[in-house]
Unconditional design. Structure first.
Length: 533
């Protein structure tokens, strides 16, 4: 949706109060663009799946994998802080405003790039030196702390390279260029997989930690050529200009929000280190499966963010755009969420039960995954809601408050329930914390951009029972036929999707027709993706 098109939408007006109302044409363009990004993300998702399966098959769920996963906390923190989350929230609106104002981001890059690289180098060096202390803080009861420190130091290199990659991602997306940013995770996973298979016999799980660093270098390499075609690097300045300092101050609430969200993982690692060996690994494997539906849903938010930033810069209808995006992602998330809850065991069994990962690991991981699945809707709402908040720059502290509420709930649930429930308490704490955060973020949107929840509430009340019924019917059918593993997943996903889509179209939920039409057009005309570069 362009700024001119957005200007025709009255500010604060929801897209539709009636589910049967006609959906604006902007939705169709958004859905097509998101479908293109989602299609490009499939390769990355498959490679990520191969990476996780390889990690489980080669090293299982043990004290060694727990040590590596403590180190993996570094790129897991850097990704939302410097790659996808906070850096995008900060830089995309700045770059978009610069393009609107002067037609190029070259001047802004000259002022900010070198100081940013210097800060990344300092941060990387400090974390490498402080690795022993940080490992003790993250996992005080870890069975192999020395291995964790070794892995951690290699993982620290991702701070610099992922930080650079995040800067490039923001610059390209501000130019409505989504292909190269969508491929960075494919490059990242290729780096990790290559190191694991080439070095595992000599270095064991340390090979995966080296792969984190190599993969982050490849993230930069895949984007740099296109970035250099858009921006000239002549005349770079290494000084802390007022613009850079101002941007850093804007970054503060974004960084606090991001670190607050990531602190939920820190709590899970700390509590998990006090449980049976392998508990951190079980939670990690469950979360990897749980994130798969989000890879198909969140591209909508990725594509919508530059449009939201332009709408905010031109005083266009941010609230109406936010409502459309929220309704789209909720409609896509509900069936995936219910399917994941109903088919947790066969999903873990099919994906991980091989090699060093045995049936007891499957039982533990699927138990966590079932509980983790209840938080998927909250994760989507938090992701989209914070994009809107930071694009509009109204009440930018609200997401940080939401992250704080999420952290408090997670700590209380994890600590209170882990003695009785073990690793399952981590799934409950995760789902409970993110759900509370979603409520806080949505309340913030009503105050910052004038968004009204009536349309989204009506959609939830209408679509949630349909999603539950579709997934439950699919599971009953699978059980009656005695299916397990891949056959159960294929039948279950197909049945859930067909039943849910049919039901939503019959009750005239407009986004259902819109998404089905967008997917059909995209399949018939894949060249549409070229328009997005």
């Amino acid at each position: 949706m362009s700024a001119d098109e957005a200007a025709d939408v009255p500010h604060g007006q929801a897209s539709s109060g009636d589910p049967s109302a006609k959906v604006p044409p902007e939705n169709r363009g958004l859905a097509v663009a998101a479908a293109a990004v989602a299609a490009l993300s499939v390769l990355s998702s498959l490679l990520g799946l191969v990476r996780d399966l390889s990690l489980a098959g080669l090293f299982g769920a043990s004290g060694a994998t727990d040590a590596f996963l403590v180190a993996w906390t570094v790129p897991e923190t850097v990704t939302p802080l410097l790659l996808e989350g906070a850096m995008t929230f900060l830089l995309v609106p700045l770059f978009v405003a610069e393009i609107v104002r002067v037609g190029s981001i070259t001047r802004l890059v000259r002022l900010t790039l070198l100081p940013y690289l210097l800060l990344l180098l300092i941060l990387t060096a400090l974390t490498i030196v402080g690795a022993p202390v940080l490992v003790r803080l993250l996992a005080p009861a870890l069975s192999d702390p020395e291995l964790a420190v070794q892995c951690f130091r290699y993982a620290c290199l991702t701070i610099f390279f992922m930080g650079v990659a995040g800067y490039l991602v923001a610059a390209l997306r501000a130019h409505d260029s989504f292909v190269r940013p969508a491929l960075i995770y494919a490059a990242y996973n290729v780096g990790i997989l290559s190191c694991m298979f080439l070095l595992r016999d000599r270095l064991g799980v340390l090979s995966a930690a080296i792969g984190l660093a190599v993969g982050s270098v490849m993230m930069v390499a895949v984007q740099l050529p296109q970035f250099l075609r858009l921006v000239s690097l002549k005349g770079l300045e290494c000084r802390m200009s007022r613009k850079f300092f101002t941007a850093s101050m804007v970054f503060l609430p974004i960084a606090i929000y991001t670190l607050g969200r990531q602190a939920q993982v820190f709590v899970e690692r700390i509590v998990g280190s006090t449980l049976d060996a392998g508990s951190i690994s079980h939670m990690n494997y469950a979360s990897k499966i749980g994130q798969i539906p989000l890879l198909l849903v969140l591209p909508i938010a990725t594509v919508a963010f530059p449009s939201l930033a332009r709408a905010a810069a031109t005083s266009a209808g941010v609230a109406s755009q936010a409502d459309r995006v929220l309704r789209l992602v909720v409609l896509m998330t509900l069936p995936a969420m219910m399917f994941l809850i109903m088919f947790a065991y066969p999903a873990v069994q099919f994906m991980f039960e091989r090699g060093a990962f045995d049936a007891s690991d499957t039982a533990a991981t699927s138990g966590v995954l079932t509980l983790y699945g209840f938080g998927l809707l909250g994760q989507v709402l938090v992701s989209v809601g914070t994009l809107v908040a930071f694009a509009h720059r109204g009440q930018v502290w609200m997401p940080a408050i939401a992250a704080g509420a999420c952290l408090v709930v997670t700590i209380v649930l994890d600590v209170a329930l882990s003695p009785a429930l073990g690793v399952r308490a981590l799934g409950i704490g995760n789902a409970g914390g993110i759900t509370v955060a979603a409520i806080v973020v949505l309340i913030g949107l009503t105050r910052s951009v004038g968004w009204q929840p009536r349309s989204l509430t009506r959609l939830l009340l209408l679509a949630t029972p349909l999603a539950v019924t579709a997934a439950l019917a699919a599971r009953l059918l699978s059980d009656v036929l005695g299916l397990t593993g891949l056959p159960a997943l294929l039948l279950g996903s197909a049945s859930t999707s067909i039943l849910f889509v049919t039901a939503t179209i019959l009750v005239r939920i407009p986004e259902a027709r819109d998404l089905a039409g967008a997917l059909t057009r995209f399949v018939k005309n894949p060249r549409e993706m070229k328009r997005l570069r």
